[in-house]
Each structure stands twice: as structure tokens, then as C-alpha cells.
Design a protein around this ligand. Sequence first.
Ligand code: PGA
Length: 237
Amino acid sequence: MVSLIIANWKMNFTPEESINFCNNIVNQIDNSTTTNKLLIAPPIPYIAYLAQKFQSLSFCAQNVSVHEGYGAYTGEYSSRILKNSGIDYCLVGHSERRELLGESNDMVKSKVQNCLNVDITPIICIGEPIEVRQHGKHKDFLRRQIIESIPSTKKKLIIAYEPLWAIGSGMTPSISELKETFGVINSITGNTRLIYGGSVNQSNIDRILDLPDVGGVLVGKAALNYKSLIRMLSVNI
Ligand code: PGA
């Protein structure tokens, strides 16, 4: 199965480093052994340039405005502007935005709808904090996040399950925890592609992608190194 590997660069790299990274990917990727589909999510000022220069790569925005179209919203960029910049995918509701920038389920829902309106596939991030899991309330928490942040639609969307305690921590849920959680998400969302994020790296990617409900991974730290990203792209499940 072709899995989606999303490289979330977050707020990293100079323009030159971002170009070198993409050059390395394009030049060193061996299409005969690369089984998975790569999406790169760079900082927004680089994205139009990279999308134009590297037309064989696919790019993903890390965020989008709650406002649609065009207008007097200083510092914002809409799904229309992203689409016009060559973007077909967008992360929405990443936990760093929910936690640090006060992004609510309502805001996430509007952003998802704005993406769908211009045929950008939203990748909606959900995930519970550690205390919620410790109290055994993660299923209810995730159910609520899904119901409140995802509009009902027949259009294509992707859900990224990223437990907050796994992001950047080096910890990942056990396989049985992942199976249980993905089963719960699947029972609510039906036919939607589900991916996992949180401390994915070259050593654990194959056991995560081996899970039946998991159609890809969202990778932060380990995707800042192009060699490790290339190895992850070649994992064949
Ligand atoms: P990480 O980040 O791989 O560094 O844990 C994942 C993410 O934040 O999407």
C-alpha cells in the first residue's frame, strides 16, 4: 500500500537550506525503491517558490486562515491564496497551534471548510494530552474533537492522530494503544484516510505503517534530515 509521508518542517530552515533539501530529495530519491508518497510542509514564505521550482514534489501548507478569499486581514493567507500558490494539501489544527495559539475546534472546522471549498485536502490534526489519556478519557476527548472540528462532507480529507505527549518527546503509543485508538477514530469517521504523528522515525515507521488502519505518518524532527526522510520513503509494508 502507498503510504503518505508528510514532512512537517515547522518553523525551520533558511531559504537556501530549504532549496538544498528539496534538491537532495529530487536527486537522491530512487523511484524504483520509493514506495510512499511524500508531502513537504515548509514555512509559508518559501512555499510558492518551492512549488514552482520543484514541480515533481508535492507541498503542504502548515496552516490557513479562518477567513476566505481575499480581504483586509493583515498577516493572514486564505485557502484561495494557498491554492493559487500551487498547494493541494494543508495541515489544520496542529496541536502546537491549538495549544500555543488558541486555535479552537470551531476555528479548525472553518479552516477545514475553507480548504474543501477550493479543493485543498485538509489534514486535520487531533490528539489528546497526557492527563486525558492517564484518566482513560482519550476516546471521549477524540470523539469530541472529531465531531466539533470536522464538517460533514463527502469530499476527501485526512485525519492525523497525534497524541500531544508523543510529539517531539521520543515516546510513541504502544501498538495495542494505536490499534485501539485508530479503531475508535475509524468507527466515527468511516472511510477517511487516517495517519499517525508523534516521534515517528526510521526505527519505528515500519511497525506504525504496518497497522491496518494507518495510511501514513506526519513526521516533524526526523523529517528535518533528508537522508532519514529518504529512508522512511522507502519503507515497504
Ligand atoms: P515530531 O513532530 O515527529 O517531532 O514528534 C510531529 C508533528 O508535530 O507533527
